[in-house]
Design a protein around this ligand. Structure first.
Ligand code: HH2
Length: 259
């Protein structure tokens, strides 16, 4: 899954693809590089990010989603706003990536009344405060239990299991130790019976481990993506598609899978 951030303030590429033209060009480039799906976002969720209005978020993402109507890969909308979900689905999005795991009833309805897929992500707190004091007794068990409940809520609302993907939400209200425990225990989430998505690309935990700033985290991001796949992730959400695809080709060759 290639990331397209149509934002001025995303943590690693804010401002690079803020115009629809630049975002579209980047999206097409990621497909060329081998992305199997794209994730379009119009609001940064980095710790401390400022919220964006529905209107502003739509103005950012809708022209990009419309411009991608005829591409060969599915397009996901990265939003927690029901109004943006609905408009994005009408514009051609085939998946909703919700960092709030459809906890808002209107968001649940926006997805259940359509036929699109959904990514249910775990987070503790909200982007303004989530890194202040994350706390868990057993992070893997608690994240797993939360995702199990959200899968059940989605199914109860009429969303078939085969439309659901889950994500532990690396960096969303988690310390380095929590993130590492989740990466080690990712196969346990895979045991919930729906595909697991992992988003580790360029994240702060990789900076903490390597001492590298956000522009120099490519090798660490590739290592993290490979480890996530090894632990059972079916989808990796990445900024650097070409490099990740190459790394996965080697992994798949050794493990007897195709890419
Ligand atoms: N991470 C980010 C945003 N959305 N969605 C899912 N499902 N999983 C993630 O790990 C995830 C996500 C943060 O990365 P990015 O979009 O590059 O940054 P920003 O939120 O600053 O735009």
């Amino acid at each position: 899954m290639g990331i397209v951030n149509v934002t001025p303030d995303s943590f690693s590429d804010g401002g690079k693809y803020l115009s629809s033209d630049a975002a579209l060009e980047h999206a097409l480039c990621l497909i060329e590089e081998g992305a199997d799906m794209l994730d379009i976002g119009g609001e940064s969720t980095r710790p401390g990010a400022s919220p964006v209005s529905v209107q502003q978020e739509m103005e950012r993402v809708l022209p990009v989603i419309e411009g991608l109507r005829d591409v060969s890969v599915p397009v996901s909308i990265d939003t927690n706003k029901p109004e943006v979900m609905q408009a994005a689905i009408a514009a051609g999005a085939q998946m909703v990536n919700d960092i709030d795991a459809l906890k808002d009833d209107a968001a649940l309805h926006a997805v259940s009344s359509s036929n699109v897929a959904v990514c249910l992500m775990h987070k503790q707190g909200n982007p303004q405060t989530m890194q202040a004091q994350p706390h868990y007794r057993d992070v893997v068990a608690e994240v797993s239990e939360f995702l199990r409940e959200r899968i059940a809520a989605a199914e109860d609302a009429g969303i078939n299991r085969n439309r659901i993907v889950i994500d532990p939400g690396f960096g969303f209200g988690k310390t380095l130790e929590h993130n590492l425990a989740l990466l080690r225990g990712l196969h346990k989430l895979a045991g919930l019976g729906v595909p697991v998505l992992a988003g580790l690309s360029r994240k702060a935990m990789l900076g903490t481990l390597t001492g590298k700033d956000v522009t120099r985290r490519l090798p660490a991001s590739i290592a993290a993506a490979l480890l996530a796949v090894q632990q059972g992730a079916a989808i990796v959400r990445v900024h650097d598609v070409q490099a990740t695809v190459d790394a996965l080709k080697i992994w798949n060759a050794v493990n007897g899978a195709d890419l």
